[in-house]
Design a protein around this ligand. Structure first.
Ligand SMILES: [Zn+2]
Length: 487
């Protein structure tokens, strides 16, 4: 009887002693520089050339794998890539790499330009918290920091937090990804592309062998979060391309909201006549002020006058630009802002709708924008008759102008527009989509509920989602600005 009680406890104790005693890594709680002198002592290398204190991974599958197993650690790297290089830093992973049965988490190294190479960029916690924002360029040193403290993972690039994740108990994973779970295991840096080189200029590790308290997830674990998590595991780009720092919302608050929920953000400045960003000089200083932030840098082109205020070269500093068709002058010359009931004049419903469609066509044809936002918005007087007034013929005209001019269509999370019927038609025509909230305050950022519903109902895939162009391919540079104001 006594043996039955004591024996299991004794086995647990013996195993614990064995594991603690078996730790053969660098000293716990201390940051140890990994250099040529101690590299082989703590790490197993494959196809890595060591020169001075730099480690170079040139061939595909070149790797540096720890000889020790650890759960909690801080890993700091100074890294440089050359074009085409892609690498992963895996942790909670197996000693030998097994692509068909991968275990653990991966942090990505990929500095390719937008719309080239992998869409996920450096700092991405792959399939869990995907990052689509470029934070580093090829041929430039950058700092990469990975911290795993019990169940709390954070990844920073150049001092900016890129990915953060708190692993909940019994984390839900899709069938093929059940191995993405934290454990006391190996750390491995691996080059996964044929092309390019990854150079490690500095590598420091701070292991923690003692117990560390678990962190409670701050975000609600509900059915919506399950949808977001499963889309992330499918590497679906969950990006809110249309966020404003308005009503007191700060850059840090916006990023925190995005990270907690598992999105990326594009932060847009309102640029136009009588706006704070109103010429090249205010545009450039704005861009300079947010250059290092881990968000897409977006320009909202305001009114119709913006085309006369900025130069294409300055506008091309933004990752993408967008506009809506909510501000225009009607046939009687009345300048209208459709979201302001007292500035909108509807003399005749059908005539108004035809005028609106004509304005959308003129703007999307004439202005070199990447995205049509707040699309198909109707003023308060007409909004309740959306499905009736957006006839097949009107929808077809708008879809056609977007398709001809390669303008992406925003699926607006706040206004819940366009309708599912409209989105279906646009998808059939090959139009790309973005998601956008267009928040007005610091408390109306949502969890993209309407966009998630659309993804499910219209079966949107990764290929349906817009991504910014490479610097050289930006539309503003290729198309230029119209000679005169449209609309
Ligand atoms: Zn906006």
């Amino acid at each position: 009887m006594l043996i039955k009680k004591i024996l299991p406890a004794f086995i647990v104790l013996a195993l614990a002693v064995y594991f603690i005693a078996s730790y053969r890594g660098p000293e716990s709680g201390v940051s140890t520089n990994i250099d040529r002198n101690n590299l082989e002592k703590y790490w197993k290398t494959k196809e890595v050339s060591v020169a001075e204190n730099q480690f170079l991974l040139g061939k595909k599958d070149a790797s540096i794998t720890s000889r020790f197993r650890i759960r909690s650690f801080g890993l700091t790297l100074k890294v440089k890539t050359t074009p085409g290089a892609i690498g992963t830093i895996n942790f909670a992973t197996s000693k030998s790499y097994d692509a068909s049965n991968f275990r653990g988490y991966s942090v990505l190294i990929n500095n390719s330009d937008y719309s080239t190479g992998l869409p996920q960029k450096t700092g991405s916690l792959s399939k869990i918290r995907n990052n689509f924002i470029r934070m580093a360029e090829d041929n430039e040193w950058f700092d990469l920091n990975i911290s795993v403290l019990e169940n709390h993972i954070s990844v920073s690039v150049n001092g900016k937090l890129i990915s953060e994740y708190v692993e909940p108990p019994n984390a839900k994973r899709l069938e093929n990804y059940t191995g993405i779970v934290l454990s006391r295991s190996f750390i491995s840096l691996r080059k996964i592309s044929e092309q390019g080189e990854i150079i490690i200029g500095e590598m420091k590790i701070k292991p923690f062998t003692e117990d560390i308290a678990r962190v409670t997830p701050t975000v609600k674990i509900d059915s919506l979060q399950d949808v977001i998590d499963s889309l992330n595991q499918r590497e679906f780009p969950l990006i809110d391309f249309h966020v404003h720092l308005k009503g007191g919302l700060t850059m840090d608050q916006a990023q925190m909201h995005a990270k907690e929920n598992g999105f990326c953000y594009g932060v847009a400045a309102n640029c136009g006549l009588k706006f704070p960003v109103t010429n090249d000089s205010t545009l450039n200083s704005y861009l300079q002020s947010i250059q290092k932030e881990p968000v897409f840098k977006a320009m909202q082109c305001e009114g119709r006058e913006w085309v006369t205020l900025f130069s294409p070269a300055a506008v091309a500093g933004f990752d993408y630009i967008f506009t809506d068709a909510m501000t225009w002058s009607d046939h009687k010359g009345r300048r209208m802002r459709l979201w302001m009931p007292d500035e909108t004049f509807v003399d005749n419903d059908q005539q108004f709708m035809d005028m609106l469609v004509g304005k959308i066509e003129a703007v999307m044809e004439g202005e070199p924008v990447d995205i049509y936002v707040n699309p198909t918005f109707l003023p308060a007087q007409l909004a309740s008759r959306y499905d009736e007034l957006w006839t097949n013929e009107r929808m077809a005209r708008v879809v056609s102008v977007l398709q001809r001019n390669q303008v992406a269509l925003e699926i607006n999370a706040r206004y819940k527009i366009p309708s599912i019927a409209f989105i279906r038609k646009a998808k059939e025509a090959g139009v790309k989509f973005t998601f956008g909230t267009n928040n007005t305050k610091n408390d109306d950022l949502n969890r993209m509920e309407y966009c998630l519903k659309v993804i499910r109902e219209v079966h949107l895939t990764q290929e349906d989602i817009f991504m910014p162009k490479t610097k050289a391919e930006r539309k503003i540079l290729k198309k230029g600005l119209p000679a005169a104001i449209t609309g």
